[in-house]
Write a protein that binds this ligand. Sequence first.
Ligand SMILES: Nc1ncnc2c1ncn2[C@@H]1O[C@H](COP(=O)(O)OP(=O)(O)OP(=O)(O)O)[C@@H](O)[C@H]1O
Ligand SMILES: [Mg+2]
Length: 324
Amino acid sequence: MNTLAFFNNKGGVGKTTLAYHVSWMLADLGRRVLVVDLDPQSNMTSMFLNERRLEQIWDPDVSSGQSVMGALEPLINGTGDIKEPHVERINSRLYLVPGDLLLSGYEAELSEAWGNCLDRRQPAFRHTSAFHRIAEMAAQKTQAEIVIMDVGPNFGAINRSALISATHVLVPLAPDLFSLQGLRNLGPTLRQWRDEWNDRKSRNPAKELSLPTGEINPIGYAILQFGVRDNRPVKAYDRWVSKIPDTYHRSVLGDGAKVESIETDPSCLGLVKHYRSLVPLAMEARKPIFHLKAADGAIGAHYEAVQQCGTAFRELTEKILERI
Ligand SMILES: Nc1ncnc2c1ncn2[C@@H]1O[C@H](COP(=O)(O)OP(=O)(O)OP(=O)(O)O)[C@@H](O)[C@H]1O
Ligand SMILES: [Mg+2]
């Protein structure tokens, strides 16, 4: 099972929007895709589902247990292990394990479990591997080949547990100082998580548990031009873009490669445009931008932009497929 996480600790740069569009495109290209929303903000889930459906999923009186929290419930309550997750069918090749705002309450438990793995405690391994096992169960149920994970913008215990379950990670970046500073932190953090999990993994007393491999292979970065303020001079934008390859290679890959520009950097998977008013149109229609039709409001110049968006995402997604 290939699990790809979209991760960067800089918030609000367009990570979830990017992961949403790549998920749709993977399905359009014939892959079976499972999206697991592990960000308590649940933005990915609300891109896929309308409010009515979300209300049902989150309302314990109407139907309990339809978000990721439902699968975690027995483990968190101490009444058992995780249960089979509910999976929402988006289309014949695209499925979702819905997120939940209540997931943020799991942070402390996961943090404690990480420490307790060192003492070979079985419940600690059940908690630490829970996201991996939920994704695995849901992928089996839907026969998904690729799992896409969306997570929040921080280095907390939820993200650590999510990321060690990822075989691959894609780093969405905005060309600004904040993203670059975040990038300098990201590489060492991923390496630390990988090393610490390798150390813990060997201490697992419950041999029947399926544990995450902790690979977290970085497949490259995508530059989100959305993150750039409109009125910023082109010079400033170019300056930050030019610093990305070196920072990525040094911090994330640690390979010391000398790469001159994003054009010659094999780790640069693509640039994501600012799609302006097409984004709210797509969110309203609960579709990716490249599926917008005239009836959704994509007329005139919009129509052309929709086609271009499709081409850009197809190229980006094909590159992602090559890497995983
Ligand atoms: N390519 C884009 N063009 C235009 N608007 C975009 C684009 N990508 C994202 N946005 C808008 O930017 C806002 C933040 O995007 P998004 O939620 O994807 O960011 P994020 O990095 O996942 O945030 P967080 O760190 O909070 O998880 C949203 O309102 C979204 O609609
Ligand atoms: Mg997000």
